[in-house]
Design a protein around this ligand. Structure first.
Ligand SMILES: [Zn+2]
Length: 379
Protein backbone atom coordinates (compact mmCIF):
# COMPACT_ATOMS: atom_id res chain seq x y z
CA UNK A 1 0.00 0.00 0.00
CA UNK A 2 2.79 2.33 0.97
CA UNK A 3 4.85 1.62 -2.11
CA UNK A 4 2.15 3.29 -4.20
CA UNK A 5 2.60 6.60 -2.43
CA UNK A 6 5.50 8.95 -1.73
CA UNK A 7 6.04 11.06 1.41
CA UNK A 8 5.73 14.82 0.93
CA UNK A 9 5.61 16.31 4.43
CA UNK A 10 3.53 16.65 7.56
CA UNK A 11 0.20 18.27 8.44
CA UNK A 12 -0.69 18.73 12.13
CA UNK A 13 1.97 16.15 12.95
CA UNK A 14 0.56 13.56 10.53
CA UNK A 15 2.61 12.08 7.70
CA UNK A 16 1.28 13.14 4.32
CA UNK A 17 1.87 10.99 1.27
CA UNK A 18 0.83 11.45 -2.34
CA UNK A 19 -0.62 8.45 -4.11
CA UNK A 20 0.87 7.80 -7.54
CA UNK A 21 -2.54 8.23 -9.20
CA UNK A 22 -2.26 11.88 -8.21
CA UNK A 23 0.16 12.35 -11.09
CA UNK A 24 -2.59 11.42 -13.51
CA UNK A 25 -4.11 14.78 -12.65
CA UNK A 26 -1.49 17.15 -14.15
CA UNK A 27 -1.34 15.00 -17.27
CA UNK A 28 -5.10 15.00 -17.49
CA UNK A 29 -5.47 18.76 -16.90
CA UNK A 30 -2.81 19.48 -19.51
CA UNK A 31 -4.47 17.17 -21.99
CA UNK A 32 -7.98 18.68 -21.59
CA UNK A 33 -6.48 22.17 -21.82
CA UNK A 34 -4.62 21.12 -24.95
CA UNK A 35 -7.76 19.72 -26.58
CA UNK A 36 -9.79 22.81 -25.64
CA UNK A 37 -7.30 25.27 -27.08
CA UNK A 38 -5.98 24.37 -30.48
CA UNK A 39 -3.23 26.97 -30.05
CA UNK A 40 -1.74 24.87 -27.26
CA UNK A 41 -2.04 24.54 -23.51
CA UNK A 42 -0.63 26.94 -20.92
CA UNK A 43 1.64 24.74 -18.81
CA UNK A 44 2.07 27.05 -15.81
CA UNK A 45 -1.66 27.74 -15.50
CA UNK A 46 -2.30 24.00 -15.72
CA UNK A 47 0.14 23.43 -12.88
CA UNK A 48 -1.55 26.18 -10.87
CA UNK A 49 -4.89 24.40 -11.30
CA UNK A 50 -3.32 21.14 -10.07
CA UNK A 51 -1.90 23.06 -7.09
CA UNK A 52 -5.33 24.49 -6.30
CA UNK A 53 -6.87 21.02 -6.29
CA UNK A 54 -4.05 19.68 -4.11
CA UNK A 55 -4.49 22.52 -1.59
CA UNK A 56 -8.20 21.97 -1.21
CA UNK A 57 -7.91 18.18 -1.01
CA UNK A 58 -5.44 18.84 1.82
CA UNK A 59 -7.84 21.29 3.49
CA UNK A 60 -10.52 18.60 3.27
CA UNK A 61 -8.23 16.06 4.97
CA UNK A 62 -7.28 18.59 7.67
CA UNK A 63 -10.97 18.73 8.51
CA UNK A 64 -11.00 14.95 9.01
CA UNK A 65 -7.77 14.91 11.04
CA UNK A 66 -8.90 17.64 13.42
CA UNK A 67 -12.37 16.15 13.81
CA UNK A 68 -10.83 12.71 14.48
CA UNK A 69 -8.69 14.26 17.19
CA UNK A 70 -11.81 15.56 18.90
CA UNK A 71 -13.06 11.97 19.05
CA UNK A 72 -9.76 10.86 20.58
CA UNK A 73 -8.51 9.14 17.42
CA UNK A 74 -4.96 9.67 16.23
CA UNK A 75 -4.31 9.92 12.51
CA UNK A 76 -1.14 8.16 11.43
CA UNK A 77 -0.88 9.04 7.76
CA UNK A 78 -2.86 10.77 5.04
CA UNK A 79 -2.67 9.56 1.47
CA UNK A 80 -3.73 12.19 -1.04
CA UNK A 81 -5.47 11.10 -4.21
CA UNK A 82 -6.58 13.53 -6.92
CA UNK A 83 -10.09 13.99 -5.52
CA UNK A 84 -9.94 12.68 -2.02
CA UNK A 85 -7.62 11.50 0.66
CA UNK A 86 -7.49 8.40 2.77
CA UNK A 87 -6.65 8.94 6.41
CA UNK A 88 -5.16 5.97 8.20
CA UNK A 89 -5.57 5.91 11.96
CA UNK A 90 -3.16 4.61 14.53
CA UNK A 91 -4.95 1.44 15.59
CA UNK A 92 -3.09 0.96 18.86
CA UNK A 93 -4.12 4.43 20.03
CA UNK A 94 -7.61 3.87 18.63
CA UNK A 95 -8.20 1.05 21.09
CA UNK A 96 -7.59 3.42 23.95
CA UNK A 97 -10.10 5.77 22.40
CA UNK A 98 -12.65 2.95 22.40
CA UNK A 99 -12.07 2.34 26.08
CA UNK A 100 -12.52 5.95 27.05
CA UNK A 101 -14.50 7.83 24.43
CA UNK A 102 -14.37 11.57 25.01
CA UNK A 103 -17.72 12.16 23.39
CA UNK A 104 -20.49 9.72 24.23
CA UNK A 105 -21.51 8.84 20.67
CA UNK A 106 -22.00 5.47 19.03
CA UNK A 107 -19.30 4.24 16.68
CA UNK A 108 -21.39 4.51 13.53
CA UNK A 109 -22.57 7.99 14.45
CA UNK A 110 -18.98 9.01 14.99
CA UNK A 111 -18.07 7.64 11.54
CA UNK A 112 -20.83 9.66 9.92
CA UNK A 113 -19.80 12.90 11.64
CA UNK A 114 -16.19 12.24 10.75
CA UNK A 115 -17.10 11.67 7.10
CA UNK A 116 -19.33 14.74 6.80
CA UNK A 117 -16.71 17.19 8.01
CA UNK A 118 -14.53 16.93 4.86
CA UNK A 119 -17.23 17.90 2.34
CA UNK A 120 -18.42 20.61 4.76
CA UNK A 121 -14.94 22.17 4.77
CA UNK A 122 -14.97 22.28 0.95
CA UNK A 123 -18.52 23.63 0.86
CA UNK A 124 -17.57 26.43 3.27
CA UNK A 125 -14.40 27.29 1.33
CA UNK A 126 -16.35 27.20 -1.94
CA UNK A 127 -18.98 29.64 -0.64
CA UNK A 128 -16.33 31.88 0.89
CA UNK A 129 -14.32 32.07 -2.33
CA UNK A 130 -17.52 32.62 -4.35
CA UNK A 131 -18.23 35.62 -2.13
CA UNK A 132 -14.71 36.94 -2.70
CA UNK A 133 -14.91 36.46 -6.47
CA UNK A 134 -18.32 38.20 -6.53
CA UNK A 135 -16.87 40.98 -4.38
CA UNK A 136 -14.20 41.50 -7.05
CA UNK A 137 -17.03 42.07 -9.52
CA UNK A 138 -16.56 38.84 -11.43
CA UNK A 139 -19.54 36.97 -10.02
CA UNK A 140 -21.27 36.73 -13.39
CA UNK A 141 -18.43 34.60 -14.70
CA UNK A 142 -19.04 31.95 -12.06
CA UNK A 143 -21.92 30.23 -13.80
CA UNK A 144 -20.37 29.93 -17.25
CA UNK A 145 -19.26 26.51 -18.47
CA UNK A 146 -16.59 25.06 -18.14
CA UNK A 147 -16.51 25.53 -14.40
CA UNK A 148 -13.06 24.10 -13.80
CA UNK A 149 -10.52 25.48 -16.24
CA UNK A 150 -6.90 26.53 -16.13
CA UNK A 151 -7.82 29.76 -17.98
CA UNK A 152 -9.82 31.15 -15.04
CA UNK A 153 -8.15 30.32 -11.74
CA UNK A 154 -10.34 32.32 -9.29
CA UNK A 155 -13.41 30.60 -10.68
CA UNK A 156 -11.58 27.27 -10.47
CA UNK A 157 -10.99 27.81 -6.74
CA UNK A 158 -14.75 28.11 -6.21
CA UNK A 159 -15.65 25.14 -8.35
CA UNK A 160 -12.79 22.90 -7.23
CA UNK A 161 -14.23 23.16 -3.72
CA UNK A 162 -17.82 22.61 -4.80
CA UNK A 163 -16.82 19.62 -6.94
CA UNK A 164 -14.75 18.17 -4.08
CA UNK A 165 -17.71 18.54 -1.72
CA UNK A 166 -20.15 16.86 -4.11
CA UNK A 167 -17.78 14.14 -5.40
CA UNK A 168 -16.77 13.09 -1.93
CA UNK A 169 -20.42 12.61 -1.02
CA UNK A 170 -20.82 9.96 -3.72
CA UNK A 171 -21.73 6.66 -2.03
CA UNK A 172 -18.48 5.13 -3.29
CA UNK A 173 -16.24 3.82 -0.53
CA UNK A 174 -13.72 5.13 0.62
CA UNK A 175 -15.10 8.52 -0.41
CA UNK A 176 -16.97 10.14 2.47
CA UNK A 177 -20.39 9.26 1.05
CA UNK A 178 -19.27 5.62 0.94
CA UNK A 179 -18.08 5.83 4.55
CA UNK A 180 -21.50 7.06 5.56
CA UNK A 181 -23.04 4.15 3.68
CA UNK A 182 -20.69 1.74 5.44
CA UNK A 183 -21.50 3.25 8.82
CA UNK A 184 -25.18 2.71 7.98
CA UNK A 185 -24.52 -0.96 7.07
CA UNK A 186 -22.44 -1.49 10.19
CA UNK A 187 -25.51 -0.93 12.37
CA UNK A 188 -26.70 -4.39 11.39
CA UNK A 189 -23.55 -6.29 10.33
CA UNK A 190 -19.94 -6.60 11.45
CA UNK A 191 -17.37 -4.07 10.31
CA UNK A 192 -15.61 -6.14 7.66
CA UNK A 193 -18.86 -7.33 6.06
CA UNK A 194 -20.08 -3.72 5.98
CA UNK A 195 -16.87 -2.61 4.32
CA UNK A 196 -17.01 -5.40 1.75
CA UNK A 197 -20.54 -4.44 0.79
CA UNK A 198 -19.54 -0.76 0.54
CA UNK A 199 -16.51 -1.68 -1.58
CA UNK A 200 -18.56 -3.72 -4.03
CA UNK A 201 -21.06 -0.88 -4.45
CA UNK A 202 -18.08 1.42 -4.93
CA UNK A 203 -16.56 -0.80 -7.62
CA UNK A 204 -19.88 -0.86 -9.48
CA UNK A 205 -20.09 2.95 -9.37
CA UNK A 206 -16.47 3.24 -10.56
CA UNK A 207 -17.25 0.95 -13.49
CA UNK A 208 -20.32 2.98 -14.49
CA UNK A 209 -18.34 6.24 -14.26
CA UNK A 210 -15.46 4.92 -16.35
CA UNK A 211 -17.79 3.73 -19.08
CA UNK A 212 -20.04 6.81 -18.97
CA UNK A 213 -16.92 8.98 -19.29
CA UNK A 214 -16.04 7.33 -22.57
CA UNK A 215 -19.28 8.61 -24.09
CA UNK A 216 -19.48 11.99 -22.38
CA UNK A 217 -17.08 14.01 -20.24
CA UNK A 218 -13.71 12.32 -19.81
CA UNK A 219 -13.48 13.75 -16.26
CA UNK A 220 -15.99 11.04 -15.34
CA UNK A 221 -13.57 8.32 -16.46
CA UNK A 222 -10.89 9.98 -14.37
CA UNK A 223 -13.18 10.00 -11.32
CA UNK A 224 -14.01 6.34 -11.93
CA UNK A 225 -10.33 5.36 -12.04
CA UNK A 226 -9.65 7.23 -8.80
CA UNK A 227 -12.63 5.75 -6.97
CA UNK A 228 -11.53 2.30 -8.08
CA UNK A 229 -7.91 2.68 -6.94
CA UNK A 230 -8.94 4.26 -3.63
CA UNK A 231 -11.28 1.33 -2.94
CA UNK A 232 -8.46 -1.18 -3.56
CA UNK A 233 -6.25 0.78 -1.20
CA UNK A 234 -8.79 0.47 1.61
CA UNK A 235 -9.69 -3.11 0.85
CA UNK A 236 -6.09 -4.18 1.28
CA UNK A 237 -5.64 -2.20 4.46
CA UNK A 238 -8.80 -3.83 5.75
CA UNK A 239 -7.73 -7.39 4.97
CA UNK A 240 -4.46 -6.68 6.77
CA UNK A 241 -6.26 -5.17 9.74
CA UNK A 242 -8.75 -7.99 10.05
CA UNK A 243 -5.91 -10.52 10.00
CA UNK A 244 -4.18 -8.57 12.76
CA UNK A 245 -7.28 -8.40 14.91
CA UNK A 246 -8.81 -11.80 14.35
CA UNK A 247 -5.88 -14.15 14.22
CA UNK A 248 -4.80 -15.66 17.55
CA UNK A 249 -1.15 -16.39 18.16
CA UNK A 250 -1.89 -20.11 18.49
CA UNK A 251 -2.79 -20.09 14.79
CA UNK A 252 0.58 -18.75 13.66
CA UNK A 253 3.15 -19.52 16.36
CA UNK A 254 5.97 -21.89 15.60
CA UNK A 255 5.62 -24.98 17.77
CA UNK A 256 8.59 -26.81 16.33
CA UNK A 257 11.58 -24.71 17.24
CA UNK A 258 15.07 -24.88 18.68
CA UNK A 259 15.98 -23.47 22.08
CA UNK A 260 19.31 -22.61 23.67
CA UNK A 261 20.45 -23.01 27.23
CA UNK A 262 22.12 -20.15 29.16
CA UNK A 263 25.00 -22.52 29.84
CA UNK A 264 25.64 -23.07 26.11
CA UNK A 265 28.81 -21.52 24.79
CA UNK A 266 28.43 -19.09 21.92
CA UNK A 267 30.19 -21.49 19.61
CA UNK A 268 27.73 -24.27 20.52
CA UNK A 269 24.90 -21.80 20.01
CA UNK A 270 26.21 -20.85 16.57
CA UNK A 271 26.54 -24.52 15.71
CA UNK A 272 22.85 -25.04 16.61
CA UNK A 273 21.83 -21.90 14.75
CA UNK A 274 23.50 -23.16 11.59
CA UNK A 275 21.29 -26.24 11.65
CA UNK A 276 18.08 -24.30 12.18
CA UNK A 277 16.03 -21.97 9.99
CA UNK A 278 15.43 -19.70 12.97
CA UNK A 279 17.01 -16.29 13.33
CA UNK A 280 15.90 -15.90 16.94
CA UNK A 281 16.07 -18.32 19.85
CA UNK A 282 14.41 -18.54 23.23
CA UNK A 283 16.86 -19.33 26.03
CA UNK A 284 15.48 -21.89 28.44
CA UNK A 285 16.74 -23.20 31.78
CA UNK A 286 14.84 -26.34 32.73
CA UNK A 287 11.29 -25.28 31.94
CA UNK A 288 11.85 -21.56 32.63
CA UNK A 289 12.17 -18.91 29.93
CA UNK A 290 15.16 -16.83 30.89
CA UNK A 291 15.98 -14.81 27.80
CA UNK A 292 16.02 -14.42 24.03
CA UNK A 293 18.91 -14.15 21.64
CA UNK A 294 19.32 -13.70 17.90
CA UNK A 295 21.72 -15.34 15.50
CA UNK A 296 23.13 -11.92 14.73
CA UNK A 297 23.77 -11.18 18.43
CA UNK A 298 25.66 -14.50 18.78
CA UNK A 299 27.80 -13.65 15.77
CA UNK A 300 28.49 -10.10 16.94
CA UNK A 301 29.50 -11.28 20.42
CA UNK A 302 31.78 -13.96 19.00
CA UNK A 303 33.48 -11.42 16.77
CA UNK A 304 33.85 -8.79 19.47
CA UNK A 305 34.75 -10.80 22.56
CA UNK A 306 35.49 -14.31 21.38
CA UNK A 307 33.80 -17.34 22.89
CA UNK A 308 31.65 -16.94 26.00
CA UNK A 309 28.33 -18.06 27.40
CA UNK A 310 24.86 -17.38 26.07
CA UNK A 311 23.89 -16.25 29.57
CA UNK A 312 26.17 -13.23 29.31
CA UNK A 313 24.92 -11.86 26.01
CA UNK A 314 21.27 -12.90 25.84
CA UNK A 315 18.51 -10.35 26.17
CA UNK A 316 16.96 -10.80 29.62
CA UNK A 317 14.20 -8.25 29.15
CA UNK A 318 11.55 -9.51 26.79
CA UNK A 319 7.79 -9.60 26.37
CA UNK A 320 5.76 -12.80 26.48
CA UNK A 321 2.33 -13.49 25.07
CA UNK A 322 -0.33 -16.11 25.63
CA UNK A 323 -1.89 -18.23 22.90
CA UNK A 324 -5.16 -16.22 22.79
CA UNK A 325 -3.40 -12.90 22.15
CA UNK A 326 -4.10 -11.33 18.78
CA UNK A 327 -1.51 -11.04 16.08
CA UNK A 328 -1.93 -7.26 16.28
CA UNK A 329 -0.90 -7.18 19.93
CA UNK A 330 2.16 -9.34 19.20
CA UNK A 331 3.09 -7.00 16.38
CA UNK A 332 2.86 -4.00 18.68
CA UNK A 333 5.00 -5.71 21.33
CA UNK A 334 7.62 -6.57 18.74
CA UNK A 335 7.82 -3.05 17.36
CA UNK A 336 7.61 -1.36 20.78
CA UNK A 337 10.60 -3.31 22.11
CA UNK A 338 12.32 -3.34 18.76
CA UNK A 339 12.79 -7.07 19.21
CA UNK A 340 12.22 -9.85 16.73
CA UNK A 341 10.90 -12.71 18.85
CA UNK A 342 8.03 -13.21 21.29
CA UNK A 343 7.82 -16.39 23.35
CA UNK A 344 4.29 -17.74 23.82
CA UNK A 345 3.84 -19.18 27.29
CA UNK A 346 1.19 -21.14 29.13
CA UNK A 347 1.44 -21.78 32.88
CA UNK A 348 4.96 -20.35 32.63
CA UNK A 349 5.86 -23.07 30.18
CA UNK A 350 7.13 -22.19 26.70
CA UNK A 351 4.69 -23.56 24.13
CA UNK A 352 5.68 -21.66 21.00
CA UNK A 353 7.44 -18.66 19.54
CA UNK A 354 6.42 -15.89 17.19
CA UNK A 355 9.18 -14.20 15.26
CA UNK A 356 9.08 -11.26 12.88
CA UNK A 357 10.45 -13.54 10.20
CA UNK A 358 7.61 -16.08 10.46
CA UNK A 359 5.00 -13.38 11.07
CA UNK A 360 5.49 -11.86 7.63
CA UNK A 361 5.17 -15.26 6.01
CA UNK A 362 2.14 -16.37 7.95
CA UNK A 363 0.28 -13.08 7.49
CA UNK A 364 0.48 -13.32 3.72
CA UNK A 365 -0.62 -16.96 3.87
CA UNK A 366 -3.48 -16.21 6.24
CA UNK A 367 -4.74 -13.30 4.16
CA UNK A 368 -4.83 -15.64 1.16
CA UNK A 369 -6.53 -18.52 2.95
CA UNK A 370 -9.17 -16.19 4.43
CA UNK A 371 -9.87 -14.76 1.03
CA UNK A 372 -10.25 -18.28 -0.38
CA UNK A 373 -12.63 -19.25 2.40
CA UNK A 374 -14.59 -16.04 1.90
CA UNK A 375 -14.91 -16.56 -1.84
CA UNK A 376 -16.10 -20.11 -1.21
CA UNK A 377 -18.74 -19.02 1.28
CA UNK A 378 -19.98 -16.32 -1.06
CA UNK A 379 -20.28 -18.48 -4.15
ZN1 LIG B 1 -13.15 13.12 3.04
Amino acid sequence: MRSWSIPVGRLFGVDVRIHLTFFLLPMFVFWTDYVAHQNGANGSRDLALVGIILIFVSAHECGHILAARRFGMVAKAVILLPLTGVTLYDESRLEKAHEKPRAPVLLWQREIRLALIGPLVNLALGCLSAAVVSGMGRGGDLWKWPFLQAGNLPKSVVWANLYLAVLNLMPAYPLDGGRILRAYFSRTMDASAATRRAVSISNAIAMVLMIAGLFSDSWLTMVGVIVFSAAQLEERALVFQSVLDNVRLEEVMLTDFATLSPADTLEDALEKAVHSLQDDFPVVRGSDMVGVISKQRILDALRAEGNGYVQAVMNKIFEVSVRQDSLGSAFRKLTARNSSIIPVVEDQRLIGIVTLQNLMHSMALLAESRKLRRDESES
